[in-house]
Ligand binder design. Sequence first.
Ligand SMILES: C[S@@+](CC[C@H](N)C(=O)[O-])C[C@H]1O[C@@H](n2cnc3c(N)ncnc32)[C@H](O)[C@@H]1O
Length: 362
Amino acid sequence: MNKDLASMTPDRPDIITSQIDAINFYPKIDIEATIVEMIAGKYVFVGKLYSDGLKVLSELKRNLQLKYNDKSFQGQRDYRSAFREASQRVLLKVKDHKLTTRKSPDIGWLELLYPEVSEFYISFAQVQGMNSSWQWYQKGIEVKTLDLTLHPYYGTYFPTRFDHLKLFDQWLKRYDGAKTTAIDMGVGSGVLSFQLIQNGFENIVACDTNKNAIIGVSKEVQRLGLEDKITLKYSDLFEDCDVKTDLIVFNPPWLLAKHDLEEGIDKAMYYEGDLFPRFFEQAQKHLTPDGKIVLIFSNLAQVVDKESTHPIIEELQKNKRYTKELHLTRGVNASSKKTKRTDSRSNEKVELWVLTPKAKKV
Ligand SMILES: C[S@@+](CC[C@H](N)C(=O)[O-])C[C@H]1O[C@@H](n2cnc3c(N)ncnc32)[C@H](O)[C@@H]1O
């Protein structure tokens, strides 16, 4: 799976480069009839004002909410899926890497992700996602624990709350084991790798199954001058990793998927049932004799559904491969200091688990 970084191209939203048969949106259009046609499969082209795209999406939402009025979990999931599907048919045009509609945002991803295409159509919904991502990328995310601002690449998970990073920092400050090498499994925006380096680790092998994460961190590594410290691998778990290390760090997805996972950010939030068994099985082969695994996790799944299982506890109980050395927890702060949490997530805690492999009997 691993490819030379220089020849790796990022995942990007689909575009249409051929002529399209579409309804042209204009202010006095019969919007209700247009939405009905759009739901039935017709494209709607927004060519004048960027904000017209918002009008079409808001009308689509209104129409589908009337149709999908079942408020159950499944009913709302069906509504979201119908919205996602139909919303892809509202199109904008891009020419010379710019949106052609008036009052459009400037989105650098249109040039960075599509350098070879000068004219194409793209869905308004995808453009909205790109616009938000571009703003984060330009502004950066200030990570106080690191005293660093990260610039997350398009389609990459990045932290917006920081309690788990503080917990990891506390642990790292007290860690007195070897610091020659570490594996950062699921590198994302690179945040844990940078924490490891700031705390004295010499060499990091950072893996991710998301191509954009690998491309994005490689740019960050260059910007920060850390090329000789971090080796990046586009890899499903340890597939492309032949090293043994003192530490394996993994901040995995925290929720068990009940849907088919898409590549990219979906796989940062949700895991398939076999992810943890595969991880624990493979990790054993990548630890030095005194090596440890540090997992950053959360009780979020249990907060949402008391019946849900905890994959780390399950591993410790079912398989006799690892011993629990430490389990730290920390409450999760509300995003704003002014708001007192009354929501169901007020019991949410982040967790840090340290596991060591059990010695094999000879
Ligand atoms: C919750 S994010 C954590 C990112 C980053 N380490 C952090 O702490 O902010 C989980 C990461 O694991 C990656 N991931 C999920 N499944 C993976 C797999 N099978 N192999 C490698 N990486 C995986 C995701 O793409 C995502 O970047």
